[in-house]
Design a protein around this ligand. Sequence first.
Ligand code: HEM
Length: 389
Amino acid sequence: MTTATFSMQRIDPYSPPAEHLRLQQEAPVSQVPWRNDTTIWAVTRHADVRTVLGDARFSSDRSLPGHPTFAGYTSASKLKNLIEMDPPEHTQQRVRVMGEFTVKKIAAMRPRIEQIVEETIDAMLASGTEADLVEALSLPVPSVVIAELLGVPFEDHSLFQENSAAFVEADATPEQRMAAMGALKEYIGGLVADRIERPGDDILSRQLAAGAPPEELTALGFLLLIAGHETTANMISLCVATLIDKPELLQQLRENPALLPGAVEELLRYFTIAEVGGLRLATADLEVGGVLIPAGDAVFALCNTANRDAEVFPEPNTIDFTRGARNHVAFGFGPHQCLGQNLARLELEIVLEAVIRRIPTLRFAGTFDDISFKEWGPNYGVYRLPVAW
Ligand code: HEM
């Protein structure tokens, strides 16, 4: 039975949608209206969200009839990718690529990411005394990082970057977005073909050597871009906006830079930007939090309310850089847990450290209230962040 509406309205930019928080208190596992006159099970508590995401019988296979696919970027792909597969297909692909994203491998990227961030900030500061931080810093950094991860040659960086920016541009028409997506897919397909001829020291060449079929690699390359670009960019913008809006938090980081990794973790928990990361389809009758979810029903594991569950995170609405909450689900949980999480953490840490050190006078060009937030995204974030220094 449907017990509630399912509004995405937020009380303020720092809180998950009010309706989701209400459900967590009053009906933590309940059926709510979904798109096209269907319903979906909203699962809101931390433990129950982990139950859903940890069990692949809650399927990620978007080709299954009734799967509550969000009409976002990945569904536009004809090639099925990692995030829309179930075991054993998923396990096979994931195991093959996992070694590229270990803490050690990603830590080795630090000097190069630091250089990318310094150069991006140099360009931003050289451009004047005001900028849209999204365009000047948040989007370029993850785009260049992914380009280098994929082994995009330097001369193609601008093509890659322009198309990845066009793909997520706030004002883009669907046609412009599709054109950018087409160009990127074609480019990545060409890159894979090139690596078959001329293997290099990059992820695509290593995956080919490990037996990955070329089509699978094109889908993977594209997934890495769409999963790692706008997400990281949104987090960079939200973190910087928060530090400008709440000077006492900024001051803590200035006084004690060792707090930075904890701050990144806490802000990941707090914003939990991957709004639709937990969409699944029950492939068997399965119990969650004492409620039976019948096979064939759509399920939405809400990571943003899970990360505000007071039973797991005391005073969940307070930003506490010393919380040490590594058990948050901002990167999901279970078999599909974010492959790029170590990279995302590293990028965020490096960017925030550099912004704090290099732009001490950074402020909003307007006010916090002027910022327009992306709601009901695929990802929460900001469209533009006008700043001055
Ligand atoms: C999966 C969040 C950055 C690559 C996921 C999932 C979440 C997530 C919630 C799970 C989706 C699901 O269960 O269906 C984030 C956030 C990021 C971020 C919040 C930034 C702050 C990145 C980066 C990369 C990346 C930088 C790589 C360059 C992936 C991939 C998957 C994934 C490949 C699919 C894994 C699988 O299905 O096995 N991400 N992500 N992500 N993410 Fe991220």
